[in-house]
Design a protein around this ligand. Structure first.
Ligand code: 13P
Ligand code: SF4
Length: 314
């Protein structure tokens, strides 16, 4: 087969020829992050997609991220190197289920996490990511009922953070739901000097919030953050060791920018098989053959765009 160096050279040639930009999520393999023009969280990827002038956008991430890029760029070609890169969280609510939930709660404001299909976004008032969810909820008038979907752990975190009585859909990400309180407790006992970075989609997020509210002396070393929030935090923290409770791909940028700090994944098994479907070979094929194009029907895109743009405006 082709060596990594050959593939990278081909990708660079094709990127120029196609006037393409490559966006990668923080959970991608390090070698994918290395060839990307932009690496970040879901919010950063949407912002990068919104401001590009490239003709072709290659989304190294999961399908809803490519749909978001397509919604924001109806005139550009949006490609995903493997169309099977789905998301168990986005799959936890269908548009039919959302319509029924709205019908049971007339007048409610619907806030959808970005990990949703374009059709679900089209039925939503606001989109949000883990990086701006609090800001989005605080911007909604206090007398409104809010339906938050689809992640129940992020939802319960937001309910506690904002004090708003959110109605929460019972969805979860199988990768983050597997991060349980006992995993954190074990690492805390083994590494009492470390700072703990916890993604709000984690199954341990409520116990982490209880810990933050407790009198524990080292509670200041526990932080609940989005992936981009984690990276910004480790770059400025004076701690020398961090336990990272999210998908392992996020360690790549942390280690690269902080060679003298130690980063410990909460568990080596915390890996998203969908994110890891994207390989150098598939990125090369994607640029070479313009595969797989991702499009969103115009009437769904128009309504979903309103929810995404409301988020980007905040
Ligand atoms: P963020 O990168 O927005 O923190 O999202 C995490 C995630 O699971 C994306 O799929
Ligand atoms: Fe979806 Fe979870 Fe994978 Fe993120 S880590 S893409 S939420 S399945």
């Amino acid at each position: 087969g082709d060596t990594a160096a050959t593939l990278i050279a081909e990708i660079n040639d094709l990127r120029r020829q196609r006037n393409a930009i490559i966006l990668a999520h923080n959970y991608e393999y390090g070698e994918i992050q290395e060839i990307a023009d932009y690496v970040g969280d879901s919010l950063g990827m949407a912002q990068a997609a919104a401001r590009t002038n490239a003709d072709v956008i290659v989304v190294c991430g999961v399908y809803f991220m490519a749909e978001t890029a397509a919604i924001l760029n109806p005139q550009r070609t949006v490609l995903i190197p493997d169309a099977n890169a789905g998301c168990s969280l986005a799959d936890s609510i269908t548009v039919e289920q959302l319509r029924a939930w709205k019908a049971a709660n007339p007048g409610a404001v619907v806030v959808s996490y970005v990990n949703t299909s374009a059709a679900v976004k089209a039925e939503s008032d606001y989109c949000c990511t883990s990086g701006n969810a609090e800001r989005v909820i605080n911007a909604i008038p206090a007398d409104k009922t809010i339906l938050f979907l689809p992640d129940m752990f992020l939802g319960s975190y937001l309910r506690q953070k904002t004090g708003r009585p959110l109605k929460i859909w019972a969805g979860e990400c199988h990768v983050h739901a597997a991060i349980r309180p006992d995993m954190i407790e074990q690492k805390r006992a083994a590494m009492p000097d470390a700072e703990f970075l916890i993604h709000p989609e984690c199954g341990c997020v409520s116990s982490a919030m209880d810990y933050l509210a407790s009198g524990a002396i080292d509670r200041r070393g526990t932080h609940i953050l989005s992936t981009e929030g984690m990276i910004a935090h480790v770059n400025r923290s004076s701690a020398s060791r961090f336990v990272v409770a999210t998908e392992i791909g996020v360690l790549h940028r942390m280690c690269k920018a902080n060679p003298n700090k130690q980063f410990v994944p909460i568990d080596d098994s915390i890996s998203c098989r969908y994110m890891k479907l994207i390989t150098l070979e598939k990125v090369r094929n994607s640029l070479r053959d313009l595969r797989e194009p991702v499009t969103v029907p115009p009437e769904i895109a128009a309504r979903a765009r309103v929810a995404i743009e409301r988020m980007l405006a905040l």
